[in-house]
Write a protein that binds this ligand. Structure first.
Ligand SMILES: [Zn+2]
Length: 69
């Protein structure tokens, strides 16, 4: 069976269980593609940098153009 991303429903090109398989709980497991994992990671980084604006976090927001006015 070809692994398909649970979020965007595209085929995961170079599937690796360690990178693409996420166990939610005893009954749920999902496969997520690298692009969606990247979007989630960037979203979490931006959220953390906004909520906890350390000097490094402010630099990150400025560098990535995600600083909100
Ligand atoms: Zn995806």
């Amino acid at each position: 069976m070809v692994p398909v991303c649970k979020l965007c429903e595209k085929v995961i090109p170079s599937y690796h269980p360690l990178l693409n398989h996420v166990v939610i709980d005893a009954d749920r497991e999902v496969d997520i593609c690298p692009e969606c994992l990247d979007r989630i990671r960037q979203s979490q980084q931006t959220a953390c940098a906004t909520l906890f604006p350390t000097t490094a976090a402010k630099r990150y927001l400025t560098r990535t153009g995600r600083k909100k006015a």
